[in-house]
Design a protein around this ligand. Structure first.
Ligand code: SF4
Length: 60
């Protein structure tokens, strides 16, 4: 299960850029959202590693 801690997200956009099938930016609150919480694509791991605030968690 893929989750974003909205308290930690600073809205940098990295996750949506690297993995647009799973993450998208909410332009109203300037934070990322998970589109597909059951996603297992390799880019999820990449997004977790790229997130500057460790806001993303997922099953490894
Ligand atoms: S990479 Fe992290 S901080 Fe940046 S938008 Fe995604 S969840 Fe938020």
């Amino acid at each position: 299960m893929v989750r974003i801690d909205k308290e930690k997200c600073i809205g940098c956009g990295s996750c949506a850029a690297v993995c647009p099938a799973v993450f998208k930016m909410n332009e109203e609150i300037f934070k990322a959202e998970v589109i597909d919480i059951e996603a297992t694509e390799p880019c999820v791991k990449e997004a977790i590693e790229l997130c500057p605030t460790q806001a993303i968690s997922g099953d490894e």
